[in-house]
Every structure is written in C-alpha cells, then in structure tokens.
Design a protein around this ligand. Structure first.
Ligand code: ADP
Ligand code: ADP
Length: 541
C-alpha cells in the first residue's frame, strides 16, 4: 500500500490521488479555449543530446512543432495573432534563448524520426536503398547501413520489413540528413539491447558534430546512457503538460522514479518505483508446470537451427526471456505451444498458450469494448476491471475503434486480450513497446498479479532491462548468432541469468548510490573492469 489508500490500493492510484495541478501562469502554448496547454519547452543544445522523460499525450510533439517553427506559440493568448518577439522576450535568459534566436533568424533545419515506424510503409513506396538515397544529405548512408545492420534488407521493399528493421531504417534515414536539430521520438521499440546501444552511440556521435539532438525515450537504461541533460514532462495527458527546465540525466531519472521533482516541489506519483538491488532468492514456486528435454529445431535446409537445453517451467512464476532478435525465442514458444514439432527430442506438448506477438495486429473495424467482450465472459466484472482494465488504463479508450488506436493504446489492449484468455502459459513478446514508463510499471504489476492470483505462468520476452528486473522471477537466456544459430538455456535464477546474458553483451551495471537504480557502466571504467573480474554483471555486491 502507498499509505494513502485506506482500503485496497487500486492500480490507478496515480491518477486518482495525485493529479498534478495546472500551473498558475501563462502556458507556452494553448490550442484553444479549454484545449490542451503546454507549459515550458525543452531546450536543445548544440553538441548535446537532450532527453525528454514523460508520459504519452503530455505535449512532446507540440513542443517539437514549436521548436521546428511549425507552430508559433501563443503564450496562452489564442485570440491574438501569435508572434515570436513576445516568445523571445518570455524566454530571455533561459537555456532556450540561443536556440530560439537561431530559429527566429530562420537558419534552423530539422530532421525527425517518427514514433510509430510501422506507419512508414503507408507514406513511402519503394525499397530501403531508395528511401535512404533520397535523404542521404551527409553521404553517410553506407556507414549507417553497416553499423545498424541493415544490409540484409537494403534491396527489399519497405512494406516487407519487420518492425525492428523499420526502426533501424528510420533511424538511419533521420541521421543521414544534414540538419541542425534532430528530433527522435522513441528509438528502442522492437530493437534488442545490442541494437539499442548502437543507436545511442550513433546519436551521441552526431551530437559531437555541433548538432542538437532531442530524444524522447521510455527505456530508462538507454536514456541514461544516451542523454547529456534531461527534461521531465508531467501533467495530465490530453489536458496539460509541463516541461521542466533541464536537469542532469541522473537526477532527472532518479526524481522521476522517486515520483517527486525536487526543484519543482511536485509529487507526480504516490510511490517510488524500486528495483531489486540483490537478486531475489530463488524461491520454490508452485508445482512444475512442464518439464521438457533437450530439443532441436531447424528451418529450411538448416538456414536457422535452434538447440534447446532441457528444463522446467513452474506454475506461478514470471519467466523473463532475454536474448537478441532473430535467435529463436518465438520458435521456442511455438515448440512449447505444440504449434511446431521439434526435429529431435520428443516433447508432447498439451499446454494452452495465450500469445501476444511482438508486432500487434488488431486492426479490425471494431470497438475496443466489443473486441475484449468477444474474448472473455469476464469482461466488465469487478474482478476483470480491477485486475486488467484499470492497470492497463483501458477505461478511456473502450469506446474507440481498434483502427484508431495509437501504438501504446494498441499494446495495452493486446496485453489485456492476452491475459483475458483461459490458458496455462501467458506468453508476451515485448509488452513494453510504445508504453511510457508509468504504463510499463502498471503492466508489470498486472502481469505479476495475474500469475500470483491465478496460479498461472507468464513468459515475457522483453529488451527493457528495468522492466525485466521488475517483472521476472527467473530468466531464460538465448545466445548464438542471430538468423543462423540459437541456443536456449534452461531457466535459471536472476543473478545467474543476468550474468550470462550481460557477459554476452559485455555490458555491466552499477547501482546509483542514492536510489539503487541500475546504471550502465562506461566500458573500461574501474567499476566495469572490477565487476567483470568478479563475474557480477548486474547484481554487484
Ligand atoms: P505527445 O507527443 O506527448 O504524445 P502531443 O503534443 O502530440 O503529445 O499532444 C498533446 C495534446 O495536445 C493531446 O491531447 C492532443 O490531442 C492535443 N493536440 C495536439 N494537436 C492539437 C491541435 N492542433 N489542436 C488541439 N489539440 C491538439
Ligand atoms: P526471435 O523470436 O528470437 O526474434 P525467431 O524464433 O522468430 O527469433 O526466428 C529465428 C530465426 O528463424 C530468424 O532468422 C527467422 O528469420 C527464422 N525463421 C523464423 N520462422 C521461420 C520459418 N517459418 N521459416 C524459415 N525461417 C524462419
């Protein structure tokens, strides 16, 4: 309990109790009477990567329209013709003054990567190479194609690319432009950790060329690695948003996780988000749900081979699954579900698996409530509302059509649909994609609660290491060479699993001294070398 609720804590406590109040000052921009208002603005800096951390619907895109001179902010006076002079006056002496001076002088060019890469094929008809050649103003497309590992799809039509491939092509298509200001709206969805780190490095390198980079990102480990300074955005999504002045990345993330912004004296959440500093003891869970022997499976003429080390999965556990893309994680799931037969090793699967795929495709012309009602008879029951609808924030989208949902909304509906089915195993592939940090935490709780109260098993594939830390009881690690050969280890405890996984990536985490939050070590730093010597990559003593 957070200490505020007297009875049981409803998951939506955040919204009920702690709605921050709209500020008692003029906004930067208000769309109209009783419309969304934005307070403050992020301040991009030449030669730096500036991050924004905050929920969806809080005005980040509005801010970028302003920083790209597509909206002249009206300072809340939407009856008058807006003019930049008044805005310059309002921001004189702030971190934003230099940027706005350049913007108004008219010499600011902007490149941006959209949030929802899945929609790129709707606006571009052609092959990857044609897309990149058309925007390669800096003449670096070949280099980025190599570093982002796009070669394999360079001659493929854009509408045949997977989400992870589109994400990397979209990153390349933005970073090859010759702009002063780059805006990247989420860089991590569908990318594995190695690819996330590569994307972060590329953005940092470009900033060093005296360019201003502004990044919205919900994977906190990556944001921490990437950003030189951070704005926290808070408010009431759809109603108003406040962008704080820049903070150091470290204190911005710490304050956000604590739920309290120090300079602003603003509580944005009743309780802190906390991480396990020490690996949880491997407790005994319920009974064994399934025990499987060593298995192998290959596709085609052995183009891809998967070796599975035998193991067991328990009732009542959340099993985290980690490893690069293209390593056989979904193939393993299909073997468990009996949808694929192994080539060797006999395994008589009779388990019902409820599966949420990585790329959510729920595009029927149907309302959200009708869709969910068609999945479960429990729809609308008080139990279903408390355990599923509330934590996944479905109330305000129930009456919308599936086709009109944003990526984050679609993700929440897909998680709800997966958990609402009757099954032995709930398998969720990248539930974090397009969810903001609050939504990731709420989804984590919903999945954990569901397995605990129903004595069920969840298997969750995700690349957000904070989410895996908050979610998983044990880990299954996949390793090998993507698209060629994968090896699935048996499920092990968190410490052993994190060590195996992170040693493959050659990445260690230290703990923030104030909050215990895991932070990626600089390669070759003293901590990095010490921890590698001890073999402690994540839960360092
Ligand atoms: P974010 O990028 O943080 O998700 P946006 O800046 O896109 O947020 O949107 C913030 C709010 O502003 C949303 O509620 C949106 O509906 C509203 N909004 C965006 N554009 C307009 C507009 N042209 N007129 C009125 N409201 C708008
Ligand atoms: P992951 O879930 O780890 O991303 P997958 O199990 O989906 O990996 O795929 C592993 C490899 O097998 C990939 O190279 C993929 O292209 C290939 N693959 C997956 N399904 C098939 C199939 N039905 N036929 C041929 N190759 C496949």
């Amino acid at each position: 309990s957070c200490g505020i609720c007297v009875e049981k804590c409803p998951f939506d406590a955040i919204e009920i109790i702690n709605l921050p109040q709209e500020l008692d000052e003029n906004p930067t921009h208000r769309y109209g009477a009783n419309s969304f208002a934005l307070y403050g603005l992020p301040a991009p800096q030449e030669g730096r990567v500036t991050g924004i951390l905050g929920p969806n619907g809080i005005g980040k895109t509005t801010a970028v329209h302003i920083l790209a001179d597509e909206i002249t902010p009206n300072l809340g006076r939407f009856d008058d013709e807006p003019d930049w002079e008044a805005v310059l006056e309002a921001y004189r002496g702030t971190a934003l003054q230099g940027y706005l001076d350049d913007l108004v002088d008219g010499d600011m060019t902007v490149a941006r990567k959209p949030q929802y890469v899945d929609r790129i094929p709707e606006s571009f008809d052609g092959k990857t190479r044609e897309l990149l050649d058309g925007v390669d103003e800096r003449g670096v497309a070949d280099e980025l194609v190599e570093r982002l590992e796009i070669e394999a799809v360079i001659d493929q039509p854009i509408d045949t690319l997977s989400g992870g491939e589109l994400q990397r092509v979209a990153l390349a298509a933005t970073l090859v432009r010759d702009a002063d200001f780059y805006f990247l709206d989420e860089i991590t969805p569908y990318l594995d950790i190695g690819q996330r780190v590569t994307a972060a490095r590329l953005i940092q390198e470009l900033s060093e060329d005296d360019r201003s980079m502004l990044v919205v990102e919900h994977d906190l480990a990556v944001l921490d690695l990437l950003a030189d300074a951070l704005h926290v955005a808070y408010g009431e999504p759809g109603v108003f948003g406040v962008v704080t002045p820049p903070k150091s990345t470290k204190s911005g993330i710490n304050e956000y996780l604590k739920g309290y912004l120090e300079n602003e004296n603003m509580r944005i959440r009743p309780e802190a988000i906390e991480f396990e500093e020490h690996a949880p003891r491997t407790e005994s869970f319920g009974e064994t749900l399934v025990e499987y022997p060593d298995l192998t499976k290959s596709y085609g003429d052995g183009e891809f081979t998967l070796d599975v080390e035998g193991g067991q999965i328990q009732n009542n556990e959340v099993l985290g699954i980690v490893g690069p893309n293209g390593i056989g994680k979904s193939t393993f799931a299909k073997l468990l579900a009996g949808r694929l037969d192994p080539d060797s090793g006999s395994f008589d699967a009779d388990l019902d698996i409820s599966y949420k795929p990585q790329y959510v495709e729920i595009d029927q012309p149907m309302r959200v409530d009708a869709f969910l009602r068609s999945i479960t008879d429990d729809f609308g029951s008080s139990y279903w509302n408390t355990e599923i609808a509330q934590p996944l924030q479905l109330d305000r989208i129930m009456e919308q059509d599936l086709t009109d949902l944003s990526g984050g909304e679609r993700q929440r509906v897909a998680i709800a649909a997966c958990l609402s089915k009757e099954a032995d195993i709930y398998l969720l592939d990248e539930p974090s994609a397009h969810l903001d940090v609050e939504q990731r935490v709420l989804a984590t709780r919903a999945i954990r609660r569901y397995t605990e109260t129903h004595d069920k098993t969840a298997m969750v594939i995700d690349h957000d290491i904070y989410m895996i830390d908050l979610l998983a009881d044990r880990l299954q690690v996949f390793e090998g060479t993507p698209a060629e050969h994968g090896r699935a280890g048996s499920p092990v405890g968190m410490r052993e699993g994190m060590n195996t996984f992170l040693s493959n990536l050659d990445v260690t985490f230290r703990r923030d001294e104030r909050t215990g939050r895991p932070r990626i070590n600089k390669p070759g730093s003293q901590k990095d070398r010490e921890q590698k010597k001890q073999g402690e990559y994540y839960y360092a003593p």
